[in-house]
Ligand binder design. Structure first.
Ligand code: MN
Length: 327
């Protein structure tokens, strides 16, 4: 296939996916987007497009993905996955699916892709056994940091992501990170991360009965402006925590509402240990959301600030009860 565009997810896995497709097909026009834009059909995609690491659109030329939920959605839509050109497999990254597809098709891929794809596997599946391993600054993680920097506007971000795809396509990650622009955005991300850690330090607490400080709670519902927050950074503030819980106000059209989101995940300290904790079970029991055993989220709706405070207390009490009852 001679594609006109590669439409991909705007994360590390999506960028590596696009880089492999670009290497094989020679296509250099990359569109970056997220799963919800595809679901809402906000981008017109046709038979000349390759789509990576995203839900299957109405139609496309080739589709590569690894999300079980997207396969389930195709089944519900009555579309036979085997009839779609490309490849689906529940690998740890979409980059792995694409790499396997082209290798088994006899394509000659650069040897440095082996390591690039291995990094995509780890980063996309958040496969860390400890905080140290998660914080270890591999070339892939540094590139991922630069992707997560904030950009002055969407155009500059798209331009940088396009540059990154061509760098990842043409050289090993060790060389990508010594490019000036990449270095600058890594530094920018570090500055932002420092500010987030300060905010977490200021807004964290533990439930009164949580004497062993198992769950670090970060409550930023009191902030007037939408904060940028990365939940896992809570483990830097309290490294021995078993889980982190984040309460964030919901903004609609830039305006703060009384509703708040609750998101929670297990610490990587829990990886590989025997435990009965299931975060998605907690969200379902509260009837506010869903997710995976390791991470889940929900939304609590409130009509007033007073109700928000009341519900917050209730949610924290219930989460603590459910959590301490899971063994
Ligand atoms: Mn992915």
């Amino acid at each position: 296939m001679d594609p006109e565009r590669i439409v991909t997810h705007s994360d590390f896995d999506g960028l590596v996916s696009a880089a492999i497709c670009s290497n094989v097909t020679g296509c250099g026009r990359i569109i970056f987007t997220g799963p919800s834009s595809i679901a809402r059909a906000e981008i017109s995609i046709d038979l000349r497009d390759i789509v990576c690491d995203l839900p299957y659109p109405l139609e496309c030329g080739m589709w590569f993905d690894h999300h079980a939920g997207n396969r389930e959605e195709l089944r519900l839509r009555g579309i036979d996955i085997e009839s779609i050109p490309g490849s689906f497999s529940e690998e740890r990254s979409c980059a792995r699916v694409i790499h396997n597809y082209y290798i088994s098709g006899g394509e000659n891929l650069p040897a440095y892709f082996d390591n690039t794809v291995a990094e995509a596997d780890t980063i996309d599946s958040f496969d860390y056994q400890s905080i140290e391993q998660w914080r270890e600054e591999t070339p892939g993680k540094l590139v991922d940091m630069s992707i997560k920097a904030s950009f002055p506007d969407a155009r500059i971000r798209t331009k940088y992501y396009s540059l990154l795809v061509s760098l990842i396509r043409d050289m090993p990650l060790e060389d990508v990170i010594s490019e000036d622009e990449v270095e600058n955005y890594i530094a920018e991300y570090r500055r932002e991360e420092g500010k987030i850690i300060e905010l977490i330090d200021k807004c964290h607490l533990f439930y009164q009965e949580d004497l062993k400080r198992e769950i670090i709670i970060v409550d930023v519902t009191g902030l007037r402006r939408k904060p940028r927050i990365i939940r896992n950074l809570a483990y830097l503030v309290h490294p021995s925590a078993l889980a982190s819980l984040l309460l964030v106000p919901i903004f609609r059209a830039g305006v703060k509402t009384n509703d708040f989101s609750v998101s929670m995940s297990l610490s990587m300290n829990m990886a590989g240990t025997e435990h009965g904790k299931d975060i998605s079970e907690i969200m379902r029991s509260l009837n506010i959301g869903d997710g995976h055993p390791g991470a889940a989220a929900g939304i609590v709706r409130c009509r007033s600030k007073a109700e928000r405070e009341k519900k917050k207390e209730e949610v924290l009490r219930r989460i603590w009860e459910l959590w301490s009852g899971m063994d």
